[in-house]
Design a protein around this ligand. Structure first.
Ligand SMILES: [Zn+2]
Length: 255
């Protein structure tokens, strides 16, 4: 049975690499999303500010029309006043002119305030445009860098997949199927050694009896706590797998 696990252990190493790669890719994609959302936020602010300024300009133009109207009215009143003879008519016109004059001053004041406001908004718009340009400039480099790293991840991923598919052909289908189901579930190593009579997947202590069964290696043995498949580290049967090589290397390095 352990013989069947040998190839699964090697497949598992590739799958772990693939999971790490996909996590990395996800992170990098998130970074791109973040850059995008910052830019979109600035673009949104820019559009809103432009709309606001356009609305102000319309109001200002209406106010200016109103001022022109009042001025024309005043001119007509003045002409009329020059031609009247009666004092009370003259006075009535003077009163009307004073009212219009007040209206003109008030309207001009409102218009001037609106123009001040528009100048201020245009200044803000300028700043938004500036930071948009800056962020586009700086994010473009970062974005290219991230895209390149995603391209490399994809390359490495497809290489991994080829090796994995090749290896999977040599695995015992039933064991592979069980392994695959566990892996999909846990997204983590699911064929794990027993260490100090403890499952190295869930770190829960195991019985001596369970350890003995695993040590014999006659059948697939699952952790009763986390359902992972157990194997016996020292078993000669796993010699030659990636795990054994790694262990040897660690030993050689004195780790
Ligand atoms: Zn466990």
């Amino acid at each position: 049975m352990l013989q069947n696990l040998k190839v699964i252990l090697d497949i598992q190493e590739l799958d772990m690499k693939m999971i790490r790669l996909m996590r990395l890719k996800k992170e990098r994609l998130k970074e791109i999303e973040h850059i995008d959302s910052l830019r979109q936020e600035l673009q949104k602010q820019q559009v809103e500010k432009q709309d606001e300024i356009a609305e102000l300009s319309r109001t200002i133009s209406n106010q200016e029309d109103k001022i022109t109207e009042i001025k024309e009215r005043l001119k007509k009143l003045e002409t009329k006043q020059n031609s009247v003879k009666k004092v009370d008519e003259f006075n009535a016109l003077t009163h009307e002119m004073t009212t219009s004059e007040r209206e003109r001053i008030a309207t001009e004041q409102i218009t001037s305030d609106l123009i001040d406001k528009r100048n201020l908004e245009e200044e803000i718009l300028g700043k938004i445009k500036e930071s948009l340009e800056q962020s586009e400039e700086s994010s473009r480099n970062l974005e290219n860098e991230i895209k390149e790293s995603i391209r490399l991840i994809n390359l490495e991923g497809s290489d991994l997949k080829v090796s994995r598919d090749e290896m999977a052909k040599t695995a015992e289908p039933e064991v592979l199927r069980i392994y695959q189901r566990l892996l999909n579930n846990k997204k983590d190593r699911v064929v794990v050694p027993i260490e100090n009579r403890t499952c190295s997947g869930c770190h829960i202590a195991l019985t001596a009896q369970h350890e003995n069964v695993v040590r014999k290696g006659e059948r697939l043995t699952f952790c009763e706590h986390c359902s992972r498949i157990h194997y016996w580290q020292e078993s000669a049967a796993i010699e030659g797998t990636a795990v054994a090589t790694k262990r040897r290397r660690r030993k050689a390095a004195g780790v």
